[in-house]
Design a protein. Structure first.
Lengths: 227, 227
């Protein structure tokens, strides 16, 4: 028989997964809005973000109630603490989707900058990262969470390439500077979403194994960035 | 007589304040490093960040232990949950200080872009925000935390002004595009530090009063950004 507490934990996970679905949808609308030059999709991002914010408060509220009423220990406690953190990262992914929508709205108000450099590929990589992060949480799959960490390097590499390509372009097309900057900022927003996915993956690993791998992984990333 | 638990909470607060001191120092080194064109200060940022990361893990660890061993309720529980979140934001401020140091290192490797636009003023505003945020936590001063929220608008305004000024400059000095982008990214990093300070201020208000003001304040900010 399922413990009453297990039911509560399952409900908490479902709440968080529902929120993650909204975040995925917000990112998708913002990026499709840019590619398809569709303002209606940008408006949708703001609508979805309101729901994300409501979910953010509701998830935190559930966590505090579970901590107060159930006084959980060990793995249950780690799961709730991880949920508090994952909740924060999901909400900030939503903020980044709003930022993308803002930069994309400015971008599509003017002439496009020939092809959208590697942005569509970066969208795709980030989308997979977000999806895998949520899956790793739902299936308590630490291995999948570790794959997310690896994928983040790819996303960072794409961002650097977009920066370089845009800079090369605007150096010889000074009139495109504002449009180039919009694309650079969108690449930066996507990179931040990847960072949040990485944070979530680290929290999933902590929740599952009790292992705090955060700065061991990060120090490696920093080292790579410096070489 | 002080409860044993009060001693533990006081120690937790001291731990967090110590970490906040490191974060302030990292931001200061990164920004001074840019203004004084001093690479040694940039190296120091990386050294301090290692200590921030250690503190990050230690604070989280203390929170989980306190939750498990003391099973706190009401205000005590809120304080610990708020500390978990504040800890995350402080650590990410440290990441932003590293990002500033990275962009600043690139910037000082080439010719400066005449004056550093309004960056020094933005440094100062962000520095005050960070300081006031920590003070509001230490003194459990919700009023001061609310002032931090207001100051964030000023920081966002400065970032927008820097974006505009740099764009105007590089439009007629196309050779300065890379340097201009470095300054824009630094302004963005500072804005993010301001956002983290805002998040902390919201958590301080929650810890003190149990009032979750997060999205009421944020919706206003978004509305303002759209006007």
């Amino acid at each position: 028989m399922e413990r009453h507490f297990d039911v509560s934990l399952r409900e908490l996970k479902e709440q968080l997964v529902g929120m993650a679905g909204l975040v995925e949808r917000a990112i998708e609308c913002a990026t499709l809005g840019l590619v398809q030059r569709d303002r209606a999709l940008m408006t949708q991002v703001h609508e979805i973000e309101k729901k994300i914010n409501e979910a953010h408060i509701a998830v935190d509220d559930s966590c505090v109630k579970l901590l107060a009423l159930q006084q959980p220990l060990a793995a249950d406690l780690r799961l709730i603490v991880a949920t508090i953190k994952i909740n924060t990262d999901l909400e900030r992914m939503g903020d980044q989707a709003v930022n993308i929508a803002g930069n994309a709205t400015r971008y599509i108000s003017a002439e496009p900058l020939k092809p959208l450099v590697d942005l569509p590929r970066m969208f795709e990589e980030v989308r997979v990262m977000v999806r895998e992060t949520i899956d790793s949480f739902v299936r308590t799959d630490a291995q999948l969470a570790r794959e997310v960490l690896r994928r983040d390097d790819l996303v960072d590499g794409l961002k650097n390439k977009i920066f370089r390509d845009v800079l090369e372009h605007v150096k010889i097309n000074a009139g495109d500077i504002e449009q180039g900057l919009n694309l650079i900022l969108i690449a930066r927003n996507l990179e931040r979403i990847g960072d949040h996915a990485t944070n979530i993956a680290e929290d999933v690993i902590f929740a599952i194994s009790g292992e705090d791998i955060r700065h061991s992984a990060r120090i490696e990333t920093i080292k790579q960035a410096l070489t």
